[in-house]
Design a protein around this ligand. Structure first.
Ligand code: UDX
Length: 478
């Protein structure tokens, strides 16, 4: 059944519903306290809701209850402490407790890429539903937030039907999230839109009550939060389509970088030149080592796999190309390294045997400690495999990086990292690297060669300080 609601229906027209628990505002649970669930749980407590975060990982739950955020996300620590103290926020491993407490249960578990292919693994979704549903002794709403293949919401509804007591009349809705790491608190408190995929007026009413804090905050700041009310498949697609578009935009400018490299043009100027056109826009048009992280790479692959299953694989073939462009940019850094160091480039890549290379940056983007599918770490692995002695420094991501790639050296500071380097590669655009003084660093290295994998340095200033500079899609300077 499709949604009987249209997106231009005003929210004022939505009937107020009483939470089944009898509480004045719906009580919320967030199933899965990873990056997504922990951030949402903490921020919705900040908006005034009574919140319970749920996870199977007891160590993580203990940490959160003790006031420690397991991830690096600006602003989240203070909000966790504040809301634990206020008594609005708790964390548990007990699904029976979650079922007794909650009116709205947000599904926030991970959907990683399957080890045997491109598709998403829905194992955590299934186990969260099967763990919760049998305990649901009264009416409740389960809301999917996890990024899933289109069609999953229907399947979740069937799972709930199978495992929840029939008398509870539990309903399902879908409301994807669009958090960007480093800005996640803002993105939850002040979203640029919310999507409500619903099948009933009651579900819409509950979702509205569960987001009233978001709407009220916007009203006090004289802002609007657009709401798109829609059916399940459109809500599910809203997330993957957005990420596919963003990934394609980045790969588009990286493809232009390849053309710039062949023709002597400068992609940073090209991006400015086209980005002033409001139809194109200048955001997500930064060429470099490409996109990584827990979302874009896996989401475009899962989207292709799902399209294939639906018989429309052809329609998303360009996403395969976007992925290939992205992978080629990582290899480009190795080519540039060989070129700068005058090393031979054989059929298996270059021989960088014995060269001291310093990599600045390990996380997939700045202001995060996340190294999942990080282009920087992928390049570190390639450099190390080519025989280079690699030293890595990152302001926040060292512990995670050392777990992923233990075979290289980790330095405790930028200064320690660059000492004796024959080549420096900047692969994540932290402010500490952008603002580094090329003259001072030049005194410490043994060869003034730099690859600017994020086009975040000023080539003129670095060249003036005696560096051989190579950017991505930019003319070289000797
Ligand atoms: C992304 C989406 O932006 C977010 O809406 C969704 O909910 C989750 O996935 P995130 O993974 O936090 O968020 O990172 P994002 O800021 O989108 O950057 C992704 C990658 O693209 C990073 O590696 C970044 O360095 C790279 N990037 C981004 C570019 O290479 N060029 C750009 O112009 C922008």
């Amino acid at each position: 059944m499709t949604s009987p609601y249209s997106s231009n229906q005003t929210l004022q027209a939505i009937a107020a519903v009483t939470p089944p628990s009898g509480a004045p505002r719906p009580r919320l649970t967030f199933l899965g306290t990873g990056y997504l669930g922990a951030t949402y749980a903490i921020c919705f407590a900040e908006l005034g809701y009574e919140v319970l975060g749920v996870d199977v990982d007891a160590a993580k739950i203990d940490k959160l209850n003790a006031g420690a955020v397991p991830i690096h996300e600006p602003g989240l620590d203070e909000l966790l402490t504040k809301n634990l103290t206020a008594g609005r926020l708790r964390f548990t491993t007990d699904y029976a407790h979650a079922a007794a407490f909650g009116d709205v249960h947000f599904l926030c578990v991970g959907t990683p890429q399957r080890p045997d292919g491109l598709a998403a693994d829905l194992g955590y979704v299934e186990s969260a539903i099967i763990s919760l549903a049998p305990y649901l002794g009264r009416k409740a709403l389960i809301v999917g937030k996890s990024t899933v293949p289109v069609g999953t919401a229907e399947w979740v509804e069937q799972l709930v039907g199978k495992h929840a007591p029939v008398t509870s009349e539990v309903e399902v809705a879908w409301s994807p999230e669009f958090l960007q790491e480093g800005f996640a608190v803002e993105d939850v408190l002040r979203p640029n839109r919310v999507i409500f995929g619903v099948k009933s007026e009651w579900a819409l009413g509950m979702l509205h009550s569960a987001h009233k804090g978001v709407f009220d905050l916007a009203a006090t700041e004289d802002r609007d939060v657009p709401v798109v009310i829609t059916d399940f498949p459109t809500a599910e697609l809203a997330k993957v389509a957005a990420n596919a578009f963003l990934a394609t935009k980045i790969s588009f400018i990286n493809a232009m970088a390849e053309v710039c490299e062949a023709s002597g043009a400068d992609v940073t100027q090209l991006a400015r030149a086209i980005g002033y056109d409001p139809r194109i826009g200048n955001k997500f048009l930064r060429a470099g080592v490409g996109f990584g992280g827990a979302c874009l790479p896996k989401d475009i692959r899962a989207f292709q796999a799902r399209a294939q299953e639906l018989g429309v694989g052809e329609a998303l073939r360009f996403l395969h190309e976007a992925d290939l462009i992205n992978q080629r940019r990582r290899q480009r850094v190795i080519q540039l390294a060989a070129e700068l160091l005058d090393r031979r480039y054989g059929p298996n890549g270059p021989d960088l045997g014995g060269v001291a290379v310093t990599v600045l940056g390990a996380t997939f983007k700045p202001n995060s400690d996340d190294v999942r599918d990080s282009p920087a770490l992928s390049v570190v692995r390639k450099l190390s495999r080519a025989g280079a002695h690699v030293t890595v420094y990152d302001p926040e991501g060292m512990a995670n990086a050392a777990r992923e790639v233990p075979e290289v050296t980790y330095a405790l500071s930028l200064v320690d990292a660059v000492r004796g380097a024959e080549l420096v590669c900047v692969l994540t655009e932290w402010d500490e690297f952008r603002n580094a003084d090329p003259t001072a660093i030049g005194e410490l290295v043994s060869g003034r060669r730099v690859i600017d994998g994020r086009n975040c340095l000023d080539p003129v200033i670095w060249a003036r300080a005696g560096w051989e500079y190579r950017g991505m899609g930019r003319p070289s300077s000797r």
